[in-house]
Design a protein around this ligand. Sequence first.
Ligand code: NAP
Ligand code: ZN
Length: 348
Amino acid sequence: MTTTVNAYGAISATDPLEPMTIERRDLRPHDVLIDIDYAGICHSDIHTLRGEWGEIAYPQVVGHEIVGHVAAVGSEVTKHKVGDRVGVGCESGSCGQCEQCAKGEEVYCLKGNIQTYAGVDVDGTITQGGYSQATVIDERFVLSVPEALPLEKVAPLLCAGVTLYAPLKHWNAGPGTKVAIIGMGGLGHVGVKLAHALGAEVTVLSRTLAKKDDGLAFGADHYFATEDPATFADHQAEYDLILSTVSAGIDYDAYVDLLAVDGTLVLLGAPTDALSVTPMKLISHRRSIAGSANGGIVDTQEMLDFCAQHDVLPETELIAADDINAAYKRVVDSDVRYRFVIDAMTFG
Ligand code: NAP
Ligand code: ZN
């Protein structure tokens, strides 16, 4: 038995998204039924639906920035109760046994986790994401949303928020560290707010200065244009941590020059282009290049609590389901300020 819910998804890599219905499974003992209130639009949704990260099965509903209320719980659920304000991010399952899962780092589950959409669920079905009225998720992957956070702003924290929070924490961003963030879109702008709240000195490296006033208002101490060669000439060996949130291929070699001794360039943005870096640039300053995937459940809950405590909220634009295709175009054109959030009431 399943329950049919309204959703918005794609039937191919090239068709626009359209209204559709999907099935949600009946509650297993540890499942939570969530009535979705809002779903954020992440650039990963677009990469996935358009087949930019490889072939997927259609029809597919995406969305991994999900917030809502608990509508029902399975017989053995202890973590949540009906009425709770909850969220779901990029993962909705993992083996629960390996050393990464034991640490709360389900995102790095050694057996491979279950992605909230376009993943293979325990029953072999393809997971369908949050652009829908309701979803069913294992309680381990359901986060508690603090009362202090307004629900219509929270959704982007479930992916964009933790994707920036986890590396900032892992690489010890804080007072006395210089953090640069490349790209000020959905991920980047939350990163600016988080890094500032953590006490780091924050620089935005954006293509132009068009969003400079916003960046400074979000807490950046400096804002430079990467289209200006002076940015690279003037800031050699300066930053302890550089986080790339860029969705397209960039000249990573040029950014390595901006890393201080022992500095790390962390790739968060996920274009498929291979990167090319000059080894001596790493050797000479003991620099590193790393990648980081959103974050485990421990970090995600910690991030939500941190945002409530420090009043960190994404800048959002609320849209209806019928606006999703136009919103996708605006995301691809970097014309989003700074995250679209879909009102789930409009799924019908
Ligand atoms: P977004 O809102 O579109 O932001 C991307 C930013 O990248 C843009 O605002 C723009 O910043 C910059 N940019 C875009 N095209 C560029 C180009 N051709 N050259 C240089 N800069 C360019 O996207 P998002 O939702 O923040 O996601 C960003 C990337 O992170 C995507 O690839 C997404 O799939 C990935 N992602 C990864 C994880 C993870 O777990 N690691 C999680 C979520 C998302 P400026 O206008 O300021 O230059
Ligand atoms: Zn995402």
